[in-house]
Ligand binder design. Sequence first.
Ligand code: DP6
Length: 342
Amino acid sequence: MNKLAVISHLLSNALLQSPHKQSGTGFAPTNIALCKYWGKRDAELNLPITSSLSIALPNKGSTTTLTLIDQSIDRVIFNGRERSSTSPFVERLVQYLDLFRRERAWHLQVDITMNIPVAAGFASSAAGFASLVIALNDLFDWHASRQTLSILARLGSGSAARSLWMGFVEWQAGADPCGMDSYGMPLEKSWPDLCVGLLSLNNQPKPISSRRAMQQTVASSVLYESWPKQVSRDLVLLKQAIQDKNFPLLGSIAENNALSMHATMLSSMPPICYFLPETLEAMHRIWKLRAEGLALYFTEDAGPNLKLLFLKSDIKRVQIHFPEMLLAADGSQADPAIDARG
Ligand code: DP6
């Protein structure tokens, strides 16, 4: 099945005719995976090999506003600056919009505002695609469930499937070849004392996109065989840690999960290494502080920067050691009431 077929399955033709309103808008939070999504069983539909689990950064994310325009192409404005129609970013976005342009041609001005340090590589495509889908839902008046929106967001970028909710979200891998059972589900648990800090260490462009890196890892790393086993264990332990508010368990499993994902990348051929000297230096500082009694852990995605995990009671101590850290989230804004039934 391809993306178009999935969309036709989820939304009737009538709903895809043309936008109902002049404009639509949506916000979606950035999410940080505690158990990572790394590897696809279907690259067209972004269907993952394993489930994954994240926490949302409630006030950090992307707002997208779509406005119908009387022009023959879409215009994309990112953080107040118009982007060239030939940039890979705009091309990926327009390709995604094309999936919804059926009988009638319409074009949009797409205004995207992200309040996360974009150059530092924290602005994953997750919040961007999720907010775009929420804005499309508004523009077309689909009244689609969060579950449907999660599937639609996944077609843009896998991790976007988790950005439809606040708090902890599990993205179920599912087994359906068409991915109708592969979407995000909020965990009905909040953890007001859990904090996430963004540690920007290097802003150079990434050597390889997460999309390509994932593909290369699955195709060539001998260690990848053990990844699904690790994820099964980590998901159980992370959910238990969230249930019991056991921070050392949550921190150590999230950190180990990230390092194991990077180990699969290091063992791929050719190797993929997102660690920079600054990354390793920060890791060693975190391990040293931990040995001295500070409950501080990290996770790392497809880039050299770290996300720090700690409890509210340690904010000041963490800030002394990492004054440049951006305090991005605590679990207090988890809202299990948000469409938990999908
Ligand atoms: C390391 O969702 O960006 O951040 O599905 O190809 O768009 P595509 O990949 P993407 O990959 C995210 C990878 C990760 C781990 C995670 O967020 O779970």
